[in-house]
Design a protein around this ligand. Structure first.
Ligand code: C2E
Ligand code: CA
Ligand code: CA
Length: 828
């Protein structure tokens, strides 16, 4: 700047310039360092006016410590030696304040090379200096800060992604020390797979183009362990916009992430749980609403309804309205509210007491309700509640009563049945001791009811039984129990009798009443009634009385029906004998104790044998030969007659086939055998098994076969006849005998009962009957056999009356087939 030696007022322009420059302090020093002039800049910079400073040593501007260090002289000597001294340093203003000065001291020589002084230019750089220092300080502080941050890994990457620096946080987070990692590419922090996928590169690219990259992801520590991190990469650019590198801040948020995941999991769990709870709650709702009972929950005071299922709404309020939250008194009728209150008051009482049925006037009508109330505790201290479950048992009880009645009554007559009868009988017996009375029972049996049923149909039979029941009831006292034990079997309990006589009178009343004709479906009908009487005079238990009554009834029937019989101890013995016989008879069939004997039936001449009647004998091991009249009725009663009858047929056919002269064999059929649908087959089998010509077989039936279920029996007779066998009407003239029977079926033979035969000599009546029979038979071309012919006179009279065959002791007693054969041989 000073190219020529400074001279006072040398060039006025130049001087003006220098003096007016205010940004620079420009002044001259003598070679000794004395200020020789002073410009405006100097005055501005240092505060002195020219008059104050010119002539003083320039060391005035130095700080005392610098002066003490000899800096002013040293600086001058540098300028002297090197021509220039340049430095920056602290100087002092006039007011003592420091300024940072950029100082240039130029040595000025004259043309001869002599030092004439120094030109000094000082620039006040305090501001810049302050700014610089502040910046440095800030940088320092910042560096310390960064270095000290341990929660964040903060480091720089160069433009290619290599680590440039490394802070404590980075070391902590990633495990590398600065010297291990600086210079290496930041992709080492990525997982191998992420690296392969180009994630590090992509991150840098994003930061480069967008200025910032932000993400969360898995990173790898030096030891290989992984951590979840939040990453920010900022592109750092210079003032010119050129990329300097990247600032990378990484935060290990594994823990946070774990917490987040936990929270997430917990949330999911909670959601699931709440879903489950919701579905459980829905399920419970549906269970409660589907419970086939009324469910009502109330608060513990019982005043407010907490819950009511549909059934409860319907039963208690009569409508499908939500009762929850309402008061029992407000929303329910007084009758229902009373009932619920009573029920609630009973909480804690024993279950039986609580569940007692009550009749309540509900909106659905008068119902019988059975409720049970319990106190429950709600979770989470919401207070107790009272739960009442109510069943409407109206129908149940009605059905139960109905069933109970049905269990004790007969369906047809609605009379007490056997069980109820038994019960009543026991009660009556129990009452006897107190009233010193007796109880009697009447066992009733309609005579021939079976026939009526068969002949007129079951519907008719039922009507008859119903009418009979009514009629019997009318003739009994209020306290008497008339029961139907089954079929046509009735029984009566007569409690509180003074004498047995009263029972007999009652029995006779019933017999008489039954004897009056019944008019049913315009069909008049008379029936007989047999009655067995037993009383506590002879029996003590209900069972015994029933048993005795039955025996007496049996006796009444045996003695001719339509009468009563009182139990006597002998009847028990008779019954015992009968039972024993039954057992023996069963056994007899198996042991071959049954055999047939044969009685000859003579031709009209009385000399030639037309055939034989097969008669059954039971060779009892103890009682010897038992005659049919002593066991056939029992066999009929017990059903053994079917086996016995089949045995008779088989034996007769088998034995008849051994006879040489082709005589016929007549086998007796019991009416009871017609009850079996197998009868025709049994006969056919006997024939085929034996090989006997059907024409040689005669079957003897009695009139009662025609009386019973005539249509069915006549059909059976026809079927038998079709087998080729002959049918005889046995014992004709006894019983209901009617000559019209002879027209109902084409019989082959009529057997005149031996009672007429034996009376023929004395009784004109008998003769008249015989004559009528033979007359009609002959006109119908039916044979007639006179039975029981014992005398020659009888034979001759009967022969004269036109009988075609004869049977009786006169001609031969029944004998076994063997004996018969031997007799034949002897005769021959
Ligand atoms: P019924 O069919 O009238 O048989 C004739 C009965 O008269 C036989 O008695 C016979 O021995 C008896 N009798 C024969 N001639 C005379 C006589 O001159 N005077 C007298 N007083 N009696 C005579 P029985 O063998 O005791 O048979 C009695 C009844 O038993 C039979 O009467 C018949 O109804 C029945 N009966 C016999 N055998 C059988 C059989 O195999 N099956 C069935 N269902 N009933 C049979
Ligand atoms: Ca016979
Ligand atoms: Ca007979």
């Amino acid at each position: 700047m000073f190219t020529s030696p400074p001279a006072e007022n040398a060039d006025p322009m130049y001087r003006l310039l220098v003096e007016k420059i205010v940004d620079y302090a420009i002044y001259m020093l003598t070679p000794e360092g004395i200020v020789s002039n002073w410009n405006a800049g100097a005055q501005r910079a240092k505060g002195y006016v020219a008059s104050e400073i010119v002539g003083r040593h320039y060391s005035t501007f130095y700080r005392p410590e610098d002066v003490a260090a000899g800096l002013p002289d040293i600086n001058l000597s540098i300028a002297r030696e090197h021509g220039r001294f340049e430095d920056e340093g602290w100087r002092l203003r006039k007011d003592g304040t420091a300024l940072w000065a950029h100082v240039v001291i130029d040595a000025i020589h004259d043309d001869d090379g002599r030092l004439v002084g120094f030109a000094k230019i000082t620039r006040d750089c305090t501001e810049q200096r302050r700014a610089q220092e502040a910046q440095r300080e800030q940088e320092q502080r910042f560096r310390h800060l960064i270095q000290g941050v341990t929660d964040y890994a903060i480091y720089m990457l160069d433009g290619d992604g290599h680590v440039v620096n490394w802070n404590a946080g980075a070391e902590r987070a990633k495990g590398y020390k600065a010297d291990e990692i600086v210079g290496r590419h930041f992709s080492v922090f990525y997982r191998a797979a992420d690296r392969a996928a180009g994630l590090p590169h992509a991150a840098l690219e994003t930061a480069r183009s967008n200025g910032r990259f932000e993400a969360e992801g898995w990173r790898v520590r030096k030891d290989g362990s992984e951590f979840w991190t939040s990453v920010v990469i900022d592109a750092v650019r210079g003032e010119d916009g050129e990329l300097i590198g990247f600032a990378k801040i990484t935060r290990d948020i594994t823990e946070r992430r774990r917490q987040e995941l936990k929270v997430l999991e917990a949330k999911e769990l909670a959601e699931k749980y709440s879903q489950q709870m919701a579905s459980l709650s829905r399920f419970l709702d549906s269970v409660i609403s589907n419970i086939p009972a009324s469910v009502l929950a109330q608060d513990c005071s019982g005043e407010v309804i907490l819950l009511a299922n549909q059934q409860a709404q319907r039963l208690f309020s009569g409508a499908q309205v939500d009762l929850a939250g309402k008061s029992v008194r407000d929303c329910l009728s007084p009758a229902v509210a009373d009932y619920i209150e009573r029920q609630v008051a009973g909480v804690g009482q024993d279950a039986e007491l609580q569940a007692k049925e009550s009749t309540v006037d509900t909106p659905l009508g008068t119902r019988t309700l059975r409720s049970r109330s319990v106190r429950g505790t709600r979770p989470e201290g919401e207070g107790d509640y009272i739960l009442t479950i109510t069943e409407d048992v109206t129908e149940e009880l009605a059905a139960y009563a109905q069933i109970h009645h049905m269990a004790q009554h007969d369906g047809l007559t609605d009379l007490p049945n056997r069980a109820f009868f038994h019960h009543r009988l026991e009660a009556a017996i129990a009452g006897d001791a107190a009233s010193r009375s007796i109880t009697a029972i009447l066992c009733l049996d309609l005579d021939n009811f079976k026939n009526i049923n068969d002949a007129l149909g079951h519907a008719y039979g039922d009507k008859l039984l119903l009418a009979l029941a009514q009629r019997l009831r009318e003739h009994l006292r209020e306290q008497d129990t008339l029961a139907r034990l089954g079929g046509d079997e009735f029984a009566v309990v007569l409690p509180g009798l003074r004498r047995l006589e009263e029972a007999k009178q009652a029995a006779q009343r019933l017999i008489d009443a039954t004897g009056q004709p019944f008019l049913i479906d315009e069909h008049g009908l008379s029936v007989g009634l047999s009655v067995g009487i037993a009383s506590t005079n002879s029996g003590s238990s209900a069972e015994e009385l029933l048993r005795f009554g039955d025996m007496a009834l049996y006796e009444a029937k045996r003695n001719g029906r339509n009468r009563y019989e009182v139990f006597r101890p002998e009847l028990e013995e008779a019954a015992r004998v009968r039972r024993q016989m039954e057992t023996d008879l069963r056994r007899a069939l198996h042991l071959g104790q049954i055999e047939m004997v044969y009685q000859p039936i003579m031709e009209k001449d009385g000399r030639r044998i037309a055939g034989y009647e097969a008669l059954m004998r039971w060779n009892h091991p103890v009682h010897g030969q038992v005659l049919p009249l002593d066991f056939i009725p029992l066999a009929e009663e017990t059903g053994l007659i079917h086996d016995l009858g089949a045995r008779a047929l088989n034996l007769a056919c088998q034995e008849a086939i051994t006879w040489n002269d082709g005589e016929s064999v007549a086998v007796n059929l019991s009416p009871a055998q017609f009850k079996s649908p197998d009868l025709v087959a049994t006969v056919a089998l006997a024939l085929s098994d034996s090989g006997l010509d059907p024409a040689r077989l005669e079957l003897e039936i009695t009139e009662s076969v025609l009386l019973d279920d005539s249509d069915g029996n006549i059909r059976t007779l026809r079927a038998l006849k079709e087998l080729g066998v002959a049918i005889s009407l046995d014992d004709f003239g006894t019983g209901y005998s009617s000559l019209s029977y002879l027209r109902s079926f084409p019989f082959d033979k009529i057997k005149i009962d031996k009672s007429f035969v034996q009376d023929i000599g004395e009784s004109r009546e008998a003769l008249a009957i015989i004559r009528a029979i033979t007359g009609l038979s002959n006109s119908l071309l039916i044979h007639t056999t006179a039975e029981g012919v014992e005398t020659h006179e009888q034979f001759l009279r009967l022969q004269a009356e036109g009988c075609s065959h004869f049977q009786g002791y006169l001609f031969g007693r029944p004998q076994s087939s063997d004996r018969r054969l031997r007799a034949m041989d002897d005769a021959a």
